[in-house]
Write a protein that binds this ligand. Structure first.
Ligand code: NI
Length: 128
């Protein structure tokens, strides 16, 4: 084995374990970072606020449960294993009938509520 040059330890991330440690909703946690991007996990139920991101594309992947990503002209239903990329500038609103577990991948600068600031805004997501 060659010596590691990175200061970051290499360790697997168990989505099951991480999601089990999340006991609230609409509160994304950072579980990894690479190339200026965050890997975030979030649980949610109900409808989020309509918003868009000026400069960031967002990737959503369902781990457990399901949700609907609404756009102004249509909606996309997502099941476990499904991935959806929302391009920058496109208004969207995630809605879940039951609690869903979602992985997000997006630039570290991304604010969860995008161009909107309200009670759901998380300015600095915590590490998990
Ligand atoms: Ni968004």
């Amino acid at each position: 084995m060659s010596e590691q040059s990175s200061a970051v330890p290499i360790a697997k991330i168990s989505l099951a374990e991480k999601f089990a440690a999340i006991d609230d909703q609409w509160n994304p946690r950072v579980v990894g970072e690479l190339n200026g991007q965050h890997v975030k996990l979030v649980k949610f139920i109900g409808a989020f606020v309509w918003h868009h991101h000026e400069k960031e594309d967002e990737l959503f992947m369902v781990h457990r449960g399901s949700f609907r990503m609404e756009f102004r002209d249509r909606a996309v239903e997502l099941a476990p294993g499904d991935i959806l990329i929302v391009p920058r500038g496109v208004e969207h609103r995630p809605v879940a009938e039951k609690e869903v577990e979602v992985l997000m991948f997006e630039p570290a600068t991304t604010l969860n509520t995008g161009n909107v600031v309200n009670e759901r805004t998380v300015w600095k997501p915590k590490n998990l």
